[in-house]
Ligand binder design. Structure first.
Ligand code: SF4
Length: 257
């Protein structure tokens, strides 16, 4: 896909601001008709709502998830339940077996607790490389990111260019509040992960996710043993790459499963 102008994306983002979620997704599908649009779901609450819209409106969007091998049993059950509930297929992308074996042989199954570097290596093998495979050939990548989720997600826009992956990232729930999200999920009877009711607003791999305490950041339960200022509590799927030109920041300055 030819790189869109930064101003075009900014103008489109401004138009999306006044639209509801259905309209936002429909607008992007119409604007990028004929191009490959994919949605990555971690089966989290936000992603479940986006899946509901895609399924209900029968939008031409491929849905995939990263099956890391360390997910909660509840998440895996929800994956099957969601497919049955909406009569859709969610493609699974798994880690490269050889890379995974080499990591585990060298550092152990839970080597990620030993350092931020080893944690990022594990995320790289179990998430980032499979994600890059899943996004290969895609033009638009839809996420369920919201600004309210963490300080690192404040600077996102609805549409922004991911130069490293040569695609456009679309965050249709960006300005949604947690209250708005849960009201809508309940009203539409969307299946959600039972762990949300046990203090897990953000759910990733089981050994790297804990329940949060009242008042904590929504992502405080992710990689809780790390210093958040050093790790950004992100797994590398959405973290910014330095912007090397003067067109403004088209990558995330903040940005799962
Ligand atoms: S979240 Fe934890 S288990 Fe999952 S890929 Fe990252 S380090 Fe590995």
């Amino acid at each position: 896909m030819t790189s869109p102008l930064a101003q075009d994306l900014a103008d489109f983002s401004t138009r999306l601001l006044s639209q509801d979620l259905d309209q936002r997704l429909q607008s992007v599908v119409a604007a990028y008709a004929g191009q490959r649009i994919v949605f990555s779901t971690s089966l989290g609450a936000e992603d479940q709502l986006v899946t509901e819209v895609i399924a209900r409106l029968k939008l031409p969007i491929d849905i995939f998830t990263l099956e890391t091998g360390r997910l909660f049993a509840e998440t895996l059950s929800l994956l099957d339940e969601t497919e049955q509930h909406y009569n859709i297929h969610i493609q699974r992308f798994r880690p490269d077996p050889q890379a995974l074996k080499a990591y585990v042989d060298h550092y152990g199954l839970n080597g990620f607790y030993d350092s931020i570097e080893l944690r990022k290596q594990c995320c790289g093998i179990r998430k980032v490389e499979p994600l890059n495979r899943a996004l290969s050939g895609a033009d638009i990548w839809i996420t369920g990111l919201r600004q309210q989720q963490s300080a690192f997600r404040q600077n996102l826009d609805f549409l922004q260019q991911d130069r490293d992956r040569q695609l456009i990232k679309f965050n249709p729930l960006l300005d949604w509040t947690q209250e708005q999200l849960w009201q809508t999920l309940k009203a539409r009877q969307v299946p959600v992960n039972p762990l949300h009711n046990k203090g897990y607003p953000s759910i990733g791999c089981e050994p790297c996710t804990r329940a949060i305490k009242p008042g904590e950041d929504e992502r405080a339960g992710r990689w809780w043993w790390e210093n958040p200022q050093q790790s950004q509590q992100e797994c590398g799927l959405h973290v910014a790459q330095p912007c090397s030109n003067n067109e403004g920041n088209q990558n995330d300055t903040k940005a799962n499963p």
